[in-house]
Design a protein around this ligand. Sequence first.
Ligand SMILES: [Zn+2]
Ligand SMILES: [Zn+2]
Length: 121
Amino acid sequence: MGWIWWVLILFWTGGFAWFADTVRTAMRNRHQRKMELMEAKRSERLAVEAAHRPPEPVCGCTHHLSKHDKAGRCHERVEVPTAWDENKKPLRFEPGQCNCQQYVGPQPLSQVYADELTDLA
Ligand SMILES: [Zn+2]
Ligand SMILES: [Zn+2]
């Protein structure tokens, strides 16, 4: 067997490896594109769902609407710091009431409708 055969075999195996590699890369890219497409579709659906869901009725004081009375005052119990260390980090707390004066969060849909009906009457 002359040296030309060795050269041919080298070329052939090298070429085959290159070919296999190219096919593998192409498959991987296609798989990745498919995954990206699925991911995009999923986040799109999540965004649509989020847009249709009414917002959580949570006040600016971070407490739920149900913690506020008719006048808008918040009745949630909170921990009021009574002592601080030199870094202004609270050391001691005592129970107190949230000093929120008015609920400022989104109104639940049912309540908005009820209000409109009572306005008409
Ligand atoms: Zn509150
Ligand atoms: Zn509040």
